[in-house]
Structure formats: structure tokens, C-alpha cells
Design a protein around this ligand. Sequence first.
Ligand SMILES: *Cc1c(COP(=O)(O)O)cnc(C)c1O
Length: 372
Amino acid sequence: MGINNLPDNPYLLLTPGPLSTTKTVKAAMLRDWCTWDDDYKTIVQEVRDTLVRLATNKTDRYTCVLMQGSGTFSVESIIGTAIPENGKLLVLPNGAYGDRIVQIAKTLKIPVVFNDSGELDPPDLAKLEATLKADRAITHVAVVHSETTTGMLNPIAEIGKIVKRHGKIFIVDAMSSFGGIPMDIEALGIDFIVSSANKCIQGVPGFGFIIADKELLMTCKGRARSLSLDLYDQWNTMENDKGKWRYTSPTHVVRAFHQALKELDEEGGVAKRAERYRANHRTLVDGMRGLGFRTLLPDAFQGHFITSFYSPESERYDFRTFYDRLKTRGFVIYPGKVSKASAFRIGNIGDVYPADMERLVKTIAASMFWQG
Ligand SMILES: *Cc1c(COP(=O)(O)O)cnc(C)c1O
């Protein structure tokens, strides 16, 4: 079946993620692949090498591990493997995904403390400094880069400087930002960074990936609190067996991801993709403000990956009706996730372009049923 025969999606997914992918990414899944033969293992190795290159210029120092499951499985594999028995984790949450890291640590019975700055504020750097000074038991610090709950882009460069000045290990959940904003993890002082297939690289869901300081990862042997999520052992098998996963790997999804990485390169790389996402975001926000909507965050805190808007204040508004109207007209949006305000969210990432955002704003203008 050629890609021209693939049906068009009835709507754009503005819900990262899963998000809208190209037909060519979906078409890459239309054949079956072994998990252990050389064709497939070569693809896995190319994916791992490409991801390290996207993360840093210091490629020798870092290595990449692919992990089955959704993004959370990969976060859990880091937390459960990187922190030794006598370690202690400090998390800087300001939304649901930061809270989830705390929850993972608690579930695994890892000592954890957290400085919660609230959903509408970035982490407090002075408080971070003070906590690290006061609590010498802390060995690792974790933060979310793009907090998908609100769309806030946390200042990982400033946080990393403080974490490194105190000699701690720095873990970053860059799930919804990696590949959509230029970064060099070596310059940022990051020891473990994590993202997944179905975010800014524009693949389909099924696995996550971790880019780690190689020497540090090698010290994690035998530490994991889970068999399936043993990050060290997964790496060791992939490394020694040149692209083999320990257990059944999501072959079709990896194949689609390999195609998605090729398309990222053809687009002009991460800087170009970031430009497109920024243009999507700008077009969306300008258009929505023109219609009278207000963004949840001030522009200074806002990333270009996902945007939260306050719900209209009319009593006649309800999200479900709004959602259904937009879905019938070709766009799927996200409900809000903040606890203290009524809001909805619109993703700017995926195979989506400023022209789509212009169409979306026009469609929203025609769907404001609460205005009588
Ligand atoms: C998507 C996402 C995750 C992972 O969520 P899954 O549903 O497990 O894929 C983690 N952190 C952030 C910031 C995310 O956006």
C-alpha cells in the first residue's frame, strides 16, 4: 500500500501527545520487522546515535538507552536506577509531571523532598540553593523542562548551574521539549535527560529514550528497583549486543521513529523545527487574544510547545461542547490540567503549521456558542 492510499486523519491532534504525524511516518509501520536481526539492530543503533547527537556536541561522553512503554516508564527507569540506596532526591515540581516524579520516588521508597513552586511560577532558585546547603543528604535533583500541565518552560540552565555547583546529579524530564528546542546537555550540566517517541520528534507512542552520562550510568549496575525498568541492564544489552533490546521491542514504532528522525533532519534540524513551533505558538496566541481569550501564563514563562488558555467566563460555556464542535470541524484540543483555574490547552507541536493555526483560530471564532 502506497502512502497516497493512507486515509487522511479526520482531525489534527493538538494534544501532545500522541500528536499529528506525517503519512510517511505512519507508512513506515506497514511491514513487519524482526527484533534481533541485523537490519533492525542497525536501525536501533542509528536512532541511538542520532539522539545523542541531537542532545550534545560532546557525543563521546553520553550514551542513549531506548525503553519500552510510555514516557513515564522511562522517567521511572531513571529514578529507580540512578539513585543509590543511600541517595536522596530533590524534585522541583510545578505541575502534574513534576508531581509524578515525586510519586515515582515515593512508590519506589526512595527518600524524596520537593520544593513546589505552584503551577503558575517557575522553581525558586534561591530556595533551591538554600535546600541544597541545608540538606546534605540530597544526591540528585530532578526537574521538568517543559511542564506540559501549563506550558511553562522551566529555566534548566540556571537550575543546572546551582545543582552542579553543589556537585549533585541532575535529571531533566524534557519529554515535551526535546527535539523542539536547541540544547546541549553537556553545557547544561545534565546527567540524565528523558523524552519519548511521540512528542517533538513526531513519532508514534510506544517507547521512551534516555540520554545519560556514560560513566555515571556504568556506576548504576545492580541498583535498579525493577527488572523491566533496569536502565543499566537495558543499556548494557543494547550496547554489547549492538542494538538488541532485552525484551520484545516495539519494532514498528521504532521504524516509524527512525523515519521521523530523518524528517527532522530534512526539515533542517532542531533549530528549524523550533522556529516552526514558535511560529505556530505565536499565530495561535495572537489569534486567540484577538478573540478575547487570555493565556494562563505570562509570556515570560511560556514555552512554545503547548499553550493554556483560561476558559471563557460565560455560564453557557462548557469544555465538552466546545471540544466536540472543534473535533467535528477538524481539531482535537486538550482539557486543562491545572488545579486552581479553569482552562484548556492547545498543543503547538506535531505535523502542524502556522496555516493550521490560522484555520484553528477561524474555526474557534465560528465555534464560540456561549456568545449567543
Ligand atoms: C508526555 C509527558 C510525560 C510522559 O507521559 P506519558 O503519558 O507516560 O507518555 C512526562 N513528562 C512530561 C512533561 C510530558 O509532557
